[in-house]
Write a protein that binds this ligand. Sequence first.
Ligand SMILES: O=c1ccn([C@@H]2O[C@H](COP(=O)(O)O)[C@@H](O)[C@H]2O)c(=O)[nH]1
Length: 287
Amino acid sequence: MTATFGARLRAAMDEHGPLCVGIDPHRALVESWGLTYDLAGVERFALTCVEAFGGQVAAVKPQSAFFEVFGSRGVALLERVCAGLREAGTLTVLDVKRGDIGSTMTAYAEAFLGSDAPEAVDAITVSPYLGYGSLRPVLDLAARTRRGVFVLALTSNPEGASVQHARTTGAGSVAGEMVAGAAADNAEARACGELGSVGLVVGATVGSAVTDLGLDLAATGGPLLAPGVGAQGGTAQSLREVFGPALGQVLPSSSREVLACGPDAGALRRTVTMTGSRMRELLSKDH
Ligand SMILES: O=c1ccn([C@@H]2O[C@H](COP(=O)(O)O)[C@@H](O)[C@H]2O)c(=O)[nH]1
């Protein structure tokens, strides 16, 4: 039987170091590579990323929005990008932040995580602001197809705090609900000593929020995707401060800072392999 997403991610983090690289073909980045900002330029940009990152990092996180902006042809390109990464044996986390009522989530689940999904990826990001329970169809299908889910908990942007730190009727925080939900969904994996397949998104830029809200991220037993490294100011030091005892579960994510090292695929590859090794060293307990 295929290993779970959590187990596959753990193996990839051990092999390459804990680093997820984003594929975010922003207009400014595409043009800085000497390409035109159109479908052909974005295709060249994205396929260079596949060539550079495939087989080199723990995971790659394409940002769906930058492909969707080109309509159906952009989505077709995104499918090729994900297929290319899959062929290279690299885990894909599609940053697509879906969130809706349960019946609609069933369709999103089938679109990305079903066995015959047209846009099949190893994991997706989801937005839980219709309630953690509304994510159930995605969580259940991911469990059946051995794929993963990253639930937004404490996002890297400054606007997130006003919602995510808010108190719920249960007297905990909104972010706390996500921590509790992920911990419950990962209970079986934890009991087997495996990394769970239900992860959380916790930005590298959230400062003391985890401590202030009294969150036990280690207890979730799942991976902690940490965007905000680089362009948004997050560093290895801030990751240590944000995550403390949960550091071993952290998958730092960087997009713009890495992509700015293009267009040469070799230069991009050297950047990510070096950053992956440095992250492994800097996030290790005895550093
Ligand atoms: O809390 C979040 C969740 C996702 N993102 C995504 O990451 C990249 C930006 O990364 P940079 O390294 O800053 O370029 C983009 O796709 C966001 O949607 C995030 O920034 N924060």
